[in-house]
Design a protein around this ligand. Structure first.
Ligand code: C5P
Length: 222
């Protein structure tokens, strides 16, 4: 029978990661952070000296990625070939490289089944760019989470400040706009809401407000 599925797509920095993990935790469902798979593919490529435009070699890497997502002392970790890369794959540069490899059709194909495998009972929250449009078109509830580029740059800036990292708001905004452009204009699986998605603009909403809203919507569909 059907596995309950919630897809949350949208541009980088809209809060998808935070919202998805809070909802998965509240419902006791599995969580797919599909962006992490693209980030890991790019990271593995740099590690093994594979050029970021070598589509065939990158697709092979993606198909054979040796990754694990253990939780240690309540902290989710990301391991690549046994090495903890949780921090390394979260930098702006890692996101930029991920978006480069994500534009290659053979890489997306190689990661397709790996993503489908996350769909298991009691349910799945899938976070990404094409979860509702390509990977899980059968999802009961599809959300497209957005916020203005300025608000997303501001949130990222605050996160970095809290982590004690120096950053410039204007260069963050430029990076966000460049990544948006690449993700929406690529020919394969471009970022766009599914026809049956509900768009939620979070520019003026707090995290708990968004989580409550989505939990209500899910209950209505259940
Ligand atoms: O969501 P996150 O910032 O981790 O994603 C990194 C990059 O991976 C995105 O900019 C996008 O290019 C790509 N991506 C994708 N499809 C997904 C998830 C992420 O193309 N489902």
């Amino acid at each position: 029978f059907d596995v309950p599925l919630l897809t949350i797509d949208g541009p980088g920095g809209a809060g998808k990661g935070t919202i998805s993990s809070l909802i998965a935790e509240r419902l006791g469902w599995h969580l797919l952070d599909s962006g992490a798979l693209y980030r890991l593919t790019a990271h593995a490529a740099v590690k093994h000296g594979v050029a970021l435009d070598n589509e065939v070699a990158l697709a092979e890497l993606a198909a054979q990625l040796d990754v694990a997502f253990p939780v240690e002392e309540g902290q989710p970790r990301t391991l690549l070939e046994g090495e903890d890369v949780s921090q390394a794959i979260r930098t702006e540069q890692a996101g930029e490289r991920a978006s480069q490899v994500a534009a290659l059709p053979k890489v997306r194909e190689a990661l397709f089944q790996r993503q489908r495998d996350f769909c298991r009972l009691p349910g799945l929250v899938a976070d990404g760019r094409d979860m509702g449009t390509v990977v899980f078109p059968e999802a009961q509830l599809k959300i497209f989470l957005t916020a203005s580029a300025e608000e997303r740059a501001h949130r990222r800036y605050q996160q970095l400040q809290e982590a004690g990292v120096d950053a410039s708001l204007s260069s963050l905004l430029k990076e966000i706009q460049a990544r948006d452009a690449r993700d929406t204009q690529r020919s394969v699986a471009p970022l766009k809401p599914a026809d049956d998605a509900i768009t939620l603009d979070t520019t003026c909403l707090s995290i708990p407000e968004v989580v409550d809203r989505l939990t209500d919507l899910l209950a209505q569909r259940g």
